[in-house]
Design a protein around this ligand. Sequence first.
Ligand code: ZN
Length: 396
Amino acid sequence: MGVRRSFTFLLRPTVRQAAALAACLEDHRTLYNAALEHRRTAYAKAGVSVRYGEQSAELKHIRADDPAGQGRWSFSSQQSTLRRLDKAFRGFFDRVKAARTPGFPRFKGRGWFDTVEWPKDGDGCRWNSQPEHPTATYVRLQGIGHVRVHQHRPVSGRVKTISVKREGSRWFVALSCDDVPAEPLPATGAAAGIDMGVAALVTTSDGGRVAHARHLAATADRLADAQRDLARKKRGSRRRRKQVARLAALHGKVRRQRLDHAHKAANTLVGDYDVIVHEDLRIASMTRSSSGTIETPGRNVAQKSGLNRSILDAGWGVFLTILAHKAESAGRKLIAVNPRNTSRTCARCGHCAKENRVTQADFACAACGHTAHADVNAATNILRAGLALRQAAQAA
Ligand SMILES: [Zn+2]
């Protein structure tokens, strides 16, 4: 059975292609903003909601009227940008309905619109457009040409969508592939619970630890500084534009460091265990503040909450997503459990008390005297909860 996977590669455009890519992105941004303006006006003046279908139909005229501008680019990729706006609006109306802070979709300033998607390989774009070339890989993009790709690993499965993303001065191509062949791994007979924390990305119930990506905290600090600097720059100024580009590059760096590290960590776990039990992050984000794992972070992690904290949060999410993909491909079982009380319950006798957690790192049961590394104790509880869930599911 095939799985879905994405591949990201650095692009090596010529100077002329880089200029065309920038023009393409700029025209998509203009299109997005114009479509947003259209919807806003219709809503404000007449209380009418403009639909995606209408905007897509209008696209034909926009292209016909502007053959040297909007008409240059792939129709389908422009539809994809309109769909992106549609999604933003649906999110907005959902939030209104749920009586949450709605946050009306915003205009995209220069530097805040960095991705163009071609929804179907072969439609205005072609992956591996020069297969006869002996050494290099190319992707053809309508209006831009055959752009050289730094393909550092093989692509498997069927290429479905192609997107191009700008990060600072660099360009990347991302492929989303279907039917990537699964690669089942031999059974190991082992199961583990994993605790995700601030001091370490992952601690297993066996006592194994995977640290957070190196330099991630340092990059996060630089990112926080850059964000503060940006707030001081005058709107519309050249310095501000430069700062926005710097910020985007740092965000890209954080993302790449995180991805790379998450791939390695997930590979190790999937290689070692048939069954992996983790905390359900959707529940964790609600209970974590009371569980005592975040408010006393390890000494390696800067105590700056806010952005730094959110970078770690995102790291766990990215890691779990990658772990889920790898587990599926390898035929491993992944189980999510409610993380409530896992850090304050004794893994040996089950006594649950806040006092059990002596420090961030030390667990000592007030009832039975069991001592352990706090994260290992939590991981053991997570494993037990997961195995209980699995047993219940098998019995049913
Ligand atoms: Zn105990």
